[in-house]
Design a protein around this ligand. Structure first.
Ligand code: S3P
Length: 480
């Protein structure tokens, strides 16, 4: 489906918005609840397509989900003993589903196959199949086990001591989940700290795990580099999780599209409510502040009581509100490898924002973006260039000069974050932009077009994704 969006002409907007529930945290809630011994409660889960894929997979593995209204699901877990699925598990577009579940499946005494859509089948899985094979699982897949479909013959796993070659929360979480079923202590060291939603939720589920500063990152060896932010997680196995109740905060990665739009329009004012403020996901906010875009963050009082295993900071996710007022101008957005894990999904929207800066911006150390739902460096560079941006793609990043954007025909490559980034670019551009395959936004943010139209109601967004919202959309046209 095509979405046609007219530029706002720099007209400021004022509004409040509650982002959709966090996708990363919802995946973990569904998976850990499916492993727990009893009934867990997940309040406010993401209804994005990715999380639906996870829920369908865990149901196929014997967990039972009972919805009590649209915002509350009770999951009866398998007490660490999922059942052999009778059919192929379909992860859809979701790398998180595939990588985290492969860690669960590797430790089960049965056969399973995991696959997904064309994008997912092109993404590197060797980063999980290699260590899982070292733990004793038999895994085959295309390209020697690097590409889905992955066929997994699970077994009783051996623990390993593994240093991740790339900073990836998905790989770390895969190995933590495998470690829960292993005979002994699994040790995972990451080169840079990545989002710790799995660790926090495991503490809620009564798991024993230990988190400490890890080995120095390769970057830390270089002179003048910031100190290592690596971490080490140790998971003793086997262990069975106890059921838990979790409320999912709003997704900062979804909120980022709206915050970037407000940041780029002098005088625009936006408050984002009940959004996750995990310090390993806050790189977007920090990069805005560094560029001179003021933000006000109000964290809700911590509710987590910590846990009995010395991980006091864990057990709950921080959340709160963020208010931003678009400044008259802001500096370039410069990012280094060390900055990437905390804002990895926000790089495309930061590239859009960088076109509006008063100075050039340079993003480096972001080669991981090439293996996301699409090659996001090539995708955003190509599509913003089509809109008149002066942007250069580099092997590991982007160079962006201050640019005037103009309406164009652009495409999303079926990537939800490119779709939403381009929608924001369209509102900042002169004229009209037509975005192909816009429906993929629903992977993480169903109703994104509607929300965008509501907040910017003077501007016009048309298409058939949004489906109307309180008359906020000036025209309710179909796809053109
Ligand atoms: C995710 C981790 C990130 C991120 C993805 C979700 C997660 O991937 O890009 O959207 O939920 O763990 P990597 O950890 O592979 O960088």
């Amino acid at each position: 489906m095509k979405q046609v969006i007219k530029g706002l002409g720099g007209r400021p907007f004022t509004g409040r918005f509650t982002p959709p529930p966090d996708k990363s945290i919802t995946h973990r809630a569904f998976m850990l609840a499916a492993l727990a011994a009893g009934e867990s409660e997940v309040i406010n889960p993401s209804s994005g397509l990715d999380c639906r894929s996870t829920l369908a997979c865990v149901e196929a593995l014997g967990a039972r989900a009972r919805w009590e209204g649209p915002e509350r699901v009770i999951i009866t877990g398998t007490a660490g003993h999922p059942t052999e699925p009778v059919d192929i598990l379909d992860a859809g577009n979701s790398g998180t589903t595939t990588r985290l579940l492969s860690g669960v499946l590797a430790g089960q005494p049965f056969f399973s196959i995991l696959t997904g859509d064309a994008s997912l089948r092109s993404r590197p899985m060797g980063r999980v199949t290699k260590p899982l094979r070292q733990m004793g699982a038999t895994i085959s897949g295309r390209g020697g086990g690097d590409l889905a479909p992955l066929a997994i013959n699970g077994t009783r796993l051996r623990p390993i001591d593994y240093a991740l070659p790339v900073a990836s929360a998905q790989v770390k979480s895969c190995l933590i989940l495998a470690g829960l079923a292993a005979d002994g202590e699994t040790v995972i060291t990451e080169p840079l700290a990545t989002r710790d939603h799995t660790e926090r939720m495991l503490v809620k589920a009564g798991a024993r795990l230990h988190v400490a500063a890890g080995a120095p990152s390769p970057a830390a060896a270089a002179p003048a580099a910031p100190p290592s932010r690596g971490r080490q997680v140790r998971v003793p196995g086997p262990q069975i999780l106890r059921p838990f109740s979790v409320r999912i905060p709003g997704d900062i990665s979804s909120a980022a599209f709206f915050l970037a739009l407000a940041a780029a329009i002098p005088g625009a004012r936006l408050t984002v409510e009940e959004v996750g403020l995990n310090p390993l996901r806050d790189g977007f906010q920090r990069s805005l502040v560094k560029a001179g875009i003021p933000l006000e963050t109000r964290a809700a009082p911590a509710t987590g009581a910590g846990d009995a295993y010395g991980n006091d900071a864990y057990g709950d996710e921080p959340w709160g509100d963020i208010t931003l007022t678009g400044p008259q101008s802001f500096r370039g957005l410069n990012l280094e490898a060390e900055d990437i894990p905390d804002l990895v999904d926000e790089v495309p929207i930061l590239a859009v924002l960088a076109t509006q800066a008063s100075e050039p911006s340079l993003i480096r150390g972001a080669a991981e973006l090439r293996v996301k739902e699409s090659d996001r460096l090539a995708g955003i560079a190509g599509q913003l260039a089509a809109m008149g941006a002066r942007i250069e793609e580099r092997p590991d990043g982007l160079y962006i000069e201050p640019s005037r954007l103009r309406g164009a025909q652009v495409r999303t490559y079926g990537d939800h974050r490119l779709a939403m980034s381009l929608a924001v670019a369209a509102l900042l551009a002169e004229g009209e932009t037509s975005i192909e395959d816009f429906e993929c936004a629903a992977v993480s943010f169903p109703g994104f077009g509607e929300e965008l139209a509501r907040l910017t109601s003077g501007g016009s967004t048309e298409g058939n994704e949004a489906g109307g919202h309180d008359g906020a959309r000036p025209k309710d046209g179909g796809a053109r």
